[in-house]
Design a protein around this ligand. Structure first.
Ligand code: GLA
Length: 722
């Protein structure tokens, strides 16, 4: 094997004299490609920026096909497998040409490859940004053959990684316990994360991984490659390890039960795979993804401030009426909030939504509950100086609903089969591969906006997965397009909504964090992190979620105690401090606060408003992981200029002689002097460091003692550069 590696390196060295190096550069990284007419495209390096490829070649670097296809060289992991018009299963892609084009903030490299024999073309594309170290890669596959061809595998991108002590961090979860972090070393064989849910692809496994190249993953040091697949449907992320040299990584739409046929002249664009490389550990990779998302609108309105809202769900559930809503509005107004969101339970006419098993699809006001309709609620909010938002679940229906009665063929289910139901034993999914259903979904929003032009915010939910494979719309030959065409149809509807209502704020919810994925986030301002609002468990869920998603997209709400999901009783200050690291909200009846709690909540909301730009746009440094099992968690958010930050420390275990970590800071300017002040205080004595000055160097090396006594103790410290 050693000999083979040596030989490939020699080939690399010789080839580069004849061939063309393509430097896919971000401000501090390079992905190095090598292209030569009539030969496959090669990747030889991904890491910190290089300006002289010979450095890479002379160091015996990697030399792998950039987009391996099945058929010629089929003994290893491939990205692409196609059955050509004549039945041939093999593909042999060679370089034809390449172009570069400038976009506003980005540069796109298109490397055109063609099969040696067939009129089958693949553009391998890379986009790099000037404002972040993220590279997006995807392909455009074109059938210029005379007859239809079938794609059997069509991953978005590929990356070879030199073996060493490489670890993978990925996220696994369930409803109410999303984004649980798992770390493991890569072994021989295949590492695979995939999703079968088909609608909510982030409930169980998420389409994001980090690869730590220098042993056990660390937050703020070591080389890390982060990868995010921008797709909302079934996916596969694979790392194949054979022999002792290279890990082969690919990611894309899952090929399982998803063969895709292209007619003559048709093309297929694979979703983007976003890659980042960092020498600052997983935290560095996270910050790159956060910047990419915020600065390039990978979350909608990435740099716009988010409002503090109250969502009615845990306050009144389905028991909606005008008076209860107005009481919640009064409550959130008194707290200093800015937006009232009416959750489920407001709609249904023939079938009323008193239980969660009816009326999805019938987006008309339940006039028994709300005789004056939604506009009257929006007015009540406006009269109080609040914005107004509403919940919908437009991709779904129930049996019973008027919609299902009228359009039984609109559901996802093969016409020969009896439907299998989801939530409530009655929920069904609308078939978004059908353009008429796409129109309907668009109209749900359009009608709401026409009826209530003041509507500021929509909570867009999706609570079902595909139980019944099949479509009344797709042709016999194209049934296997369903998994892909559902999401293409959804994105089509979302694009139309965004084109007509660019300023609308839309939350992405799917039984909590079931759709926390970059395939959808460009159309959504934020997502509901989890239906689990228990502050202790939220520390774990938010920690995992923050590995890829920025604070301003993470909806984090203070809810009642005892908590409705876990029954745990946690002090209000701790609940606020946990919710503070994202987009703050309230998910309870403010009328349940006692006087002291009310005063604390009012102060905390005022404080949040003051620090909002820092929290929602700053750089996140994760410090002590709750997953370490020590009962502590800490993280901080610094502004880009490193002049101001917030440090968060949480303690959620309590026993005698519990070891208390020394809290070290990160991300500071070592030469700057910072003053520390506690914020969000709820009585108690000031700590020894209160009001004192420390150098950034001292704080990062030595940190400070933070007095946290009892279970669910927390502190928030403001750092200000002198
Ligand atoms: C889902 C959401 C909740 C709430 C309910 C309403 O479970 O995740 O936040 O909106 O639906 O039915």
């Amino acid at each position: 094997m050693k000999k083979l590696f040596f030989l490939t390196a020699l080939v690399a060295s010789a080839t580069q004299l004849l061939a063309k190096d393509i430097y896919v550069n971000t401000p501090s990284t390079t992905l190095l490609l090598n292209a030569e007419e009539g030969k496959p495209l090669h990747i030889s390096y991904y890491g910190s920026k290089v300006t002289d490829a010979s450095e890479v070649y002379n160091a015996y670097s990697l030399w792998e096909e950039a987009y391996p296809a099945f058929g010629a060289g089929c003994q290893e992991l491939v990205c692409l497998s196609a059955r050509h018009a004549d039945g041939n299963m093999s593909t042999e892609l060679v370089y034809i040409s390449d172009t570069e084009r400038q976009e506003q903030n980005a540069k796109v490299y298109v490397i055109t490859m063609k099969d040696k024999v067939y009129d089958f073309q693949v553009d391998v594309c890379y986009r790099t940004y000037q404002n972040c170290d993220v590279i997006e890669t995807w392909t455009e596959i074109r059938n210029n053959e005379k007859k239809p061809i079938t794609l059997l595998q069509y991953a978005s991108g590929f990356l070879p990684i030199r073996q060493g002590d490489v670890w993978v961090s990925h996220q696994h979860g369930a409803w109410g316990a999303e984004a649980q972090v798992t770390e493991e070393p890569l072994h021989a064989g295949q590492f695979l994360v995939q999703d079968y849910n088909s609608v909510k692809n982030a409930v169980v496994n998420r389409p994001n991984i980090m690869l730590s190249l220098d042993g056990k993953p660390q937050e703020n040091q070591g080389r890390v490659i982060g990868a995010v697949l921008c797709w909302s449907g079934n996916f596969k992320m694979k790392v194949d390890t054979q022999g002792k040299n290279i890990h082969r990584f690919s990611a894309g739409i899952s090929e399982d039960n998803a063969m895709y046929t292209l007619k003559k002249g048709e093309s297929f664009t694979t979703p983007q795979l976003a890659l980042t490389y960092s020498t600052e550990g997983m935290g560095g990779a996270s910050r790159s993804f956060h910047r990419w998302a915020r600065k390039n609108n990978m979350v909608a309105h990435g740099e716009k401030m988010r409002n503090i809202l109250l969502n009615s769900w845990e306050g009144i559930y389905l028991d909606v009426d005008q008076q209860k809503c107005e009481k919640l509005m009064d409550g959130v107004k008194t707290l200093g909030g800015e937006l009232f969101v009416l959750d489920d339970g407001w709609f249904g006419n023939k079938y009323r939504r008193n239980v969660d098993d009816k009326a999805l699809g019938d987006w008309v006001t339940d006039t028994l509950k709300l005789p004056q309709g939604i506009p009257a609620l929006a007015k009540a909010a406006k009269d109080r100086g609040l914005k107004f938002g509403i919940w919908i679940e437009p991709e779904m229906t129930n049996n019973p609903s008027e919609l299902y009665e009228k359009h039984p063929d609109w559901i996802v289910c093969h016409p020969t089969r009896e439907p299998i139901y989801g939530r409530g034993g009655t929920q069904l999914i609308l078939d978004l591969s059908n353009p008429k259903v796409q129109d309907f979904v668009f109209q749900v929003v359009d009608n709401l906006m026409q009826e209530t032009p003041d509507l500021y915010y929509i909570k867009w939910d999706a609570n079902c997965e595909i139980h019944n494979f099949g479509s009344s719309y797709l042709t016999q030959d194209n049934q296997s397009h369903l998994y892909v065409d559902y999401h293409k149809g959804l994105i089509n509807a979302l694009k139309r909504i965004r084109a007509k209502y660019p300023d609308l704020v839309i939350q992405c919810c799917a039984s909590g964090g079931g759709r926390v994925c970059y395939g959808l986030m460009p159309y959504f301002d934020e997502f509901w992190v989890s239906d689990n609002t228990d502050a202790q468990q939220r520390l774990f869920i938010q920690w995992g979620t923050s590995m890829f998603f920025p604070t301003n997209a993470m909806a984090q709400h203070v809810s009642a105690s005892p908590n409705h999901q876990t029954g745990r009783q946690i002090p209000l200050k701790f609940r606020f401090d946990v919710a503070f690291t994202g987009r703050l909200g309230i998910e309870m009846r403010p009328s349940d606060f006692n006087e002291r709690e009310l005063a604390f909540a009012q102060r905390a909301i005022e404080t949040y408003k003051h620090f909002r730009p820092l929290i929602q746009q700053g750089d996140l440094y994760r410090l002590i992981s709750p997953y370490e099992g020590k009962g502590f968690c800490s993280e901080m958010i610094m502004n880009e200029q490193k002049t101001e930050g917030l440090f968060f420390a949480y303690k959620f275990e309590q026993y005698m002689d519990l070891f208390r970590p020394r809290f070290q800071f990160a991300g500071l300017d070592p030469n700057a002097i910072y003053t520390l002040t506690e914020i969000n205080r709820d009585g108690g004595n000031a700590d020894h460091w209160e009001g004192h000055k420390f150098s950034g160097q001292f704080l990062m090396e030595n940190g400070v003692e933070i007095n946290l006594s009892g279970q669910w103790a927390s502190k928030v410290i403001h750092l200000k550069k002198n």
